[in-house]
Design a protein around this ligand. Structure first.
Ligand code: SAH
Length: 238
């Protein structure tokens, strides 16, 4: 299980590169396969469409049972909204296949680096996708994060079917956070069309995020310094 980072080859770990060089077969969602293909041209690639995560894992396990050395790739980190957990669940306690998880740079880290330093103090990571999580649970977590004055990284902020989810999330955060709370959005991190924006929470409400955007909401101490989103490490004046 290999996390390939956000997209730019230079943000893949050396260990991930070693794992992909050493394997026979690379399995993944086609977007991620396209991102790594040119660097591993001699490998056999297998892709499955989005939402076919279980099929993708089963395919990887099938190939491994045939004796192949399989690398299953996920963007960012394989264990953060990725498939590392699913592979363990499918394998159960049988343990007939040896699994290794190779950590990767998750979008919260790579996106934060583009913005400046928004996650320097305590932060929460919340996905707005209600495909696998009830919306009420997401709402509760958003409210708790805002009550706790956590900076928040929002994954899956929008999709064609969930256009207004970011707006709904902002409205919940606004129950506890000020409209001027410093926020940021990073689109296509490490990929073509990378774009970074800093804006207040009141404006984030109307921001058109897509499924390749990670959104950052600051805590009450987050500031804009020379165009960068910065959360102080401590709550003291500097
Ligand atoms: N395993 C991934 C997360 C997968 S969930 C990781 O650790 O980064 C998919 C969500 O991750 C997207 O909707 C987006 O919010 C975020 N994301 C992943 N890659 C991204 C990228 N290159 N640029 C911006 N956001 C990204």
């Amino acid at each position: 299980m290999v996390g390939i980072g956000p997209g730019d080859y230079r943000e893949m770990t050396v260990r991930a590169v070693d794992a992909l060089n050493a394997c026979d077969v690379i399995v993944g969602y086609h977007v991620y396969v396209d991102l790594v293909k040119e660097h591993f041209p001699d490998k056999e690639f297998h892709t499955t469409p989005m939402r076919r995560e279980v099929d993708r894992c089963k395919l990887a396990l099938e190939l491994a049972r045939e004796g192949r050395d399989v690398a299953m790739i996920c963007s960012g980190d394989a264990g953060i909204y990725g498939m590392a957990g699913l592979i363990y669940e499918l394998l159960g306690d049988e343990g007939d296949i040896e699994v290794e998880v190779v950590g990767g740079l998750t979008a919260a880290c790579s996106g934060a680096a583009r913005l400046g330093a928004p996650l320097t103090h305590d932060f929460a990571v919340i996905s707005l996708s209600d495909l696998l999580t009830p919306w009420e649970t997401i709402e509760r977590r958003l409210e708790c994060a805002a009550m706790g004055d956590f900076a928040v990284a929002l994954y899956n902020p929008s999709s064609v079917k969930r256009r207004d989810y970011l707006q709904r999330a902002c409205d919940i955060l606004l129950r506890h956070a000020k409209p001027e709370t410093v926020c940021g959005a990073v689109r296509n991190i490490g990929r073509e069309g990378e774009a970074v924006e800093v804006m207040p929470l009141a404006e984030l409400r109307d921001y058109e995020a897509d499924m390749f955007t990670t959104v950052f909401v600051g805590n009450s101490h987050t500031r804009v310094i020379d165009g960068h989103m910065v959360t102080p490490r401590g709550y003291r004046d500097v």
